[in-house]
Design a protein. Structure first.
Length: 266
């Protein structure tokens, strides 16, 4: 985290909400080694949840696992390519065997790599849909029977304000993220009878290291300042705070909804 983002987080990071019902639950986070995913893993682990996460970033994933285990938390990192659906579903079953049935699924993994319509090929299209949409559907398929047997659960899909703002530069990412919102609505109806809640958590422009390194220059900072109702930066911990609420019994009658954390942009 940059100095500026860290200072802003510290200025508003007083007493955080504690959700006693999350203690002992099994949580799975995709893309959990860095960025928003890392904040999710840390937040759930520190609530006392048995927290598993998958990622292709091996070194950061191992380091995060060591850090949180040293703090006394039950955390397990699994190196996994989520676009390999069969392998990913096998990992999901392994997590359930180790920690118990997964009752919170955070479908966080995504890739907003820039691409143009003119240069788009079939392989790139399929790869982008796989990392931004397909894995979430099949992860939900794998955990739904566990949640049903456990008496309920929470699936948190991750959307984007990008497509809502008609942002150029990543048409397949935008299409995939719009489809995530539709997937949430469809699964919420299908699974709601079993007390499985499905919601979309929609981050704004979050100041992750990746965003700061690749996209956030002075003009971007001015755009954020003009566009957000709230002063300051949206940071990964803001997204994690909303995820904790959606995972907990505090959100027991929240389903099929979009929960936008963007500082009041859209």
């Amino acid at each position: 985290m940059t100095t500026q983002a860290g200072q802003e987080l510290g200025a508003r990071s007083g007493l955080k909400a504690i959700y006693p019902d999350l203690k002992g639950r099994t949580v799975l986070v995709s893309g959990g080694a860095t960025g928003i995913g890392r904040a999710l893993v840390e937040a759930f682990a520190r609530q006392g949840a048995r927290t598993a996460f998958v990622d292709l970033a091996d070194a950061p994933g191992q380091a995060l696992q060591r850090q949180l285990q040293a703090e006394g938390h039950e955390v397990q990192f699994k190196l996994c390519d989520i676009t390999d659906v069969q392998a990913y579903q096998q990992v999901i079953q392994q997590v359930a065997e180790q920690y118990g049935p997964i009752t919170v699924l955070a479908n966080n993994a995504a890739n907003d790599v820039r691409h143009s319509l003119d240069s788009l090929g079939l392989e790139q299209f399929d790869a982008l849909v796989s990392v931004n949409l397909k894995h979430a559907m099949f992860a939900a398929q794998a955990v739904a029977p566990m949640m049903r047997k456990a008496g309920g659960g929470s699936i948190i899909n991750f959307g984007s304000v990008g497509w809502m703002m008609a942002t150029a530069g990543y048409p397949v990412y935008a299409a995939s993220k719009a489809a995530v919102h539709g997937m949430t609505r469809g699964l919420a109806r299908e699974l709601g009878g079993d007390r499985i809640r499905v919601n979309t958590l929609v981050p704004g422009w979050v100041m992750t290291e990746k965003q700061l390194q690749l996209w956030v220059d002075e003009s971007a900072k001015e755009l954020i300042k003009r566009s957000q109702c709230m002063a300051g930066s949206v940071v990964s911990e803001d997204i994690a705070d909303m995820a904790l609420f959606l995972a907990s019994d505090a959100a027991s009658m929240c389903s099929a909804q979009n929960f936008i954390v963007d500082g009041g942009w859209v």
